[in-house]
Design a protein around this ligand. Structure first.
Ligand SMILES: NC(=O)c1ccc[n+]([C@@H]2O[C@H](COP(=O)([O-])OP(=O)(O)OC[C@H]3O[C@@H](n4cnc5c(N)ncnc54)[C@H](O)[C@@H]3O)[C@@H](O)[C@H]2O)c1
Ligand SMILES: [Fe+2]
Length: 385
């Protein structure tokens, strides 16, 4: 009997390091771009990152059109509007400059264009028939890691929930992972996106689809993110902490893209769609409750997580160890300014049945280490209220 189950591992080409963003012209040329659709959003544009990309494309003589009419938790109709612009302007390559919302919208635009159908047609696993055009990503948050993942998360506005589109076709062609782009994130955005990345690493590590290669990246990510997030928030211009957060987020992304996620994300997605709350904030408010629900199912995995967080597990019972992890997470998010609970974000007890009806169908729930029924999900939402 083999020790390891057979697993596939997919990562895109990426360049990591300060200045990586300036390779965009070379890559656009490499893909023989004749006209690029640059997808970005108003916050990223105000921070100055779009202008640089436009300059870099101009230097290699490649014309561009900008699509920026998108919002955090990108909406189905925003993707469709972007696809219309892509077709109308006869673009042939997409460059995404922004956080997870921009990258996901860019992924959506690509597959809507190549398959000529509505974005809602792709919801679920392996539903993309024809891959999109070449996609070059320049991520500007240390969080979502959509630039390396097989996921695309788009809000279904009539249904008020977020659809997970999961497919190998969603892996971008190249990601230019440049820590300098994160220097303009404000402290609260740094905290929320960093806690999203931490959640990715934890959920990938305890996922039922984890593997030795996933484990390596997930544990390294937990260490990097846990030990650098406070400095990145309190001293936003300090490059080493920013670099470590970006590396941690990248490794967490590589891990979750291949092992998928768990109940935190399954419960966070309906919250983002229902109330348009920031994704990282939703995860941060749910994480400790899901760990409490899961821990007894995978105690040795949570022990490794505790050690990666710097908790000495010697002499602790499994129950005490879980308590130490959840206490540390709550204390940390409080220090980072992510305060309160779901109730303080406008969630009411009466909303829970509707939220749970979406969470139970979310593709991320499949790999949660403990099977969660709709009643379990309602209880977890209730505890996080
Ligand atoms: N596809 C995936 O694998 C995946 C994984 C996790 C999360 N997500 C999705 O990604 C979205 C969240 O992405 P996010 O957390 O990266 O944030 P985001 O893209 O939603 O951006 C949040 C805000 O921050 C601003 N911003 C981004 N980068 C900035 C910078 N460098 N300086 C100043 N402002 C900046 C944006 O303009 C925006 O207003 C959610 O929709 C979530 O569901 C996708
Ligand atoms: Fe996430």
């Amino acid at each position: 009997m083999a020790n390891y189950e057979m697993r596939k591992f997919v990562v895109p080409e990426f360049i990591f390091g300060a200045g990586a963003r300036h390779r965009v012209g070379d890559y656009a040329r490499h893909f023989s771009a004749r006209r690029v659709l640059i997808v970005s959003d108003p916050g990223v544009i105000a921070a100055g990152w779009l202008k640089e990309v436009q300059d870099d494309l101009e230097k290699v003589g490649i014309p561009w059109v900008v699509f920026q009419a998108l919002t955090p938790n990108p909406k189905d109709h925003e993707v469709m509007a972007g696809a219309l612009l892509y077709a109308r302007e006869h673009c042939d390559v997409i460059v995404a400059v922004g956080g997870g919302s921009v990258v996901d919208c860019a992924k959506g635009i690509g597959i809507v264009h190549s398959n000529r159908c509505d974005i809602t047609a792709f919801e679920g696993v392996d539903r993309v028939n024809i891959p999109g055009p070449p996609l070059i990503c320049i991520p500007t948050t240390a969080g979502a890691a959509a630039d390396v993942s097989q996921f695309c998360i788009i809000c279904n506005t009539p249904g008020r929930y977020k659809m997970a589109i999961i497919s190998k076709s969603m892996v971008p062609d190249v990601s230019l992972v440049d820590p300098e782009t994160t220097l303009t994130m404000n402290p609260y955005l740094t905290a929320c996106t960093g806690l999203d990345a931490l959640t990715h690493a934890i959920e990938a590590y305890v996922s039922t689809a984890s593997s030795p290669i996933v484990d390596l990246h997930a544990l390294a990510a937990i260490k990097l993110l846990w030990h650098n997030i406070e400095t990145a928030v309190s001293q936003p211009t300090l490059m080493p902490a920013r670099e470590n957060m970006v590396l941690g987020s990248l490794q967490a992304g590589i891990a979750f893209s291949n092992a998928s996620l768990g109940a935190v994300h399954a419960l966070a997605h309906p919250l983002g769609g229902y109330l348009d709350l920031p994704h990282g904030e939703c995860n941060a408010l749910l994480l400790e409750h899901v760990i409490r629900f899961n821990a007894a199912t995978a105690p040795e995995r949570y022990q490794q997580i505790a050690e990666a967080m710097g908790i000495d597990p010697r002499g602790l019972s499994p129950r005490e160890m879980v308590g130490r992890i959840t206490d540390a997470i709550l204390a940390r998010r409080t220090r980072l300014g992510v305060l309160g609970s779901l109730e303080t974000r406008g969630v009411r007890a009466a909303d829970i049945p509707e939220l749970a009806s979406h969470a139970v169908k979310d593709a991320c729930l499949v790999t949660n280490p403990r099977r969660a029924t709709i009643n379990d999900i309602k209880v977890i939402y209730g505890e996080a209220l």
